[in-house]
Ligand binder design. Structure first.
Ligand code: SAM
Length: 313
């Protein structure tokens, strides 16, 4: 039975941030709303968290970070989580180490992957990430498809004057490499390092959506995925990810997050209501006791934008 909060929102999925560390330095990064932590859960602790989540009805896991592939034990982590029997295990990565790991990760039980990749232009890539890893990231996307990870989604944060003119080239690149293009609207959160970039680079996607509506063979809306629009066209797919206050994000939020140091984070946009799991795990709490901590955190879950969620009750 899937656990629900008092707003009748079921919790289907868990996003586990397994590290704060990253090998690129994207200037806009919101760090998944997580404030840097002092230590990281071990692979066994990550397994334990996932196991208890499965017991309360979570069916999908996503590993993220920081950069999850920076951990030397990433294949063991996926193997252990996979042994629990989730229906879906996904990973979000910048792709720079995916060429090295794609095949092993697939063998270990990973189903699908999102690769953050904003540009095909080496200079723009360097400007965004402060690194020269564009060829490694491309190789990661290609190897992920070849390894049979499906779907491979390319996450492109669209920014005015930086890469907005590359959308159709990126679509072509994705089509050629068996990937789906996911266009992400730039977000401003309290965990972005410097919010000044927002006014300068924010790109409004309404016009593009109108164009996509006209030229697509089919359009689907993904309910439980913040009503995201999915456009099918010319042998490829484009998905649009809009900011949470514009897409009834809270009403359809079915996800809990875990911070790298083992705290339940019930809301992407808040850091004042984290619930500690790691201390109880290290003190030897039983699965039943950990389950209760999870269920209490879910029961106390509050939508950030309440007006949206009220309509879901
Ligand atoms: N290192 C991994 C990666 O690069 O995918 C996982 C962490 S990264 C924070 C997760 C996703 O958040 C990436 O797709 C990234 O593009 C997106 N992201 C980060 N900051 C953002 C912002 N200010 N607005 C929109 N998306 C952002």
């Amino acid at each position: 039975m899937t656990a629900k909060d008092k707003y009748e929102r079921p919790v289907f999925s868990l996003r586990i941030s397994i590290t704060n560390r990253c090998n690129v330095k994207c200037f806009y990064c919101h760090h998944d709303g997580i404030i840097p932590q002092k230590y990281e859960m071990t692979d066994d602790e990550i397994y334990r968290v996932a196991k208890v989540a499965a017991d309360i009805g979570v069916g999908k896991i996503r590993l993220s970070g920081g950069e999850p592939l920076i951990r030397d034990d990433i294949v063991e982590i996926v193997q252990k989580i996979s042994s629990i029997g989730f229906k879906d295990i996904a990973l979000t990565t910048n792709g720079t180490l995916l060429g090295k790991y794609a095949h092993e990760l697939k063998q270990a039980g990973l189903n699908r992957v999102n690769v953050s990749f904003d540009t095909l232009n080496p200079e723009t890539y360097r400007f965004i990430t402060r690194r020269d890893y564009i060829e490694k990231a491309k190789e990661g996307i290609i190897k992920a498809s070849a390894a049979g990870l499906y779907p491979v989604k390319v996450n492109m944060v669209v920014m005015k004057g930086i890469n907005h003119h590359e959308i159709w080239d990126m679509f072509q690149f994705c089509k050629e490499n068996g990937a789906i293009l996911q266009l992400i609207e730039l977000l401003k959160t309290e965990t972005c390092p410097d919010n000044d970039f927002f006014d300068e680079y924010h790109y409004e996607m309404d016009e593009l959506e109108n164009e996509l509506n006209e030229i697509s063979d089919d359009v689907k809306t993904r309910q439980f995925m913040q009503d995201r629009k999915k456009y099918f066209l010319e042998g490829g797919e484009i998905e649009i990810v809009k900011p949470m206050d514009n897409t009834e994000f809270c009403k359809n939020c079915t996800r809990l997050r875990i911070t790298p140091d083992g705290k339940i984070k019930p809301c992407l946009l808040r850091n004042d209501n984290l619930v500690d799991l790691i201390e109880p795990i290290r003190l030897g709490y039983s699965d039943e006791e950990l389950k209760k901590i999870f269920l209490n955190a879910i029961a106390d879950r509050e939508p950030f934008y309440k007006e949206c969620a009220e309509t879901a009750r």
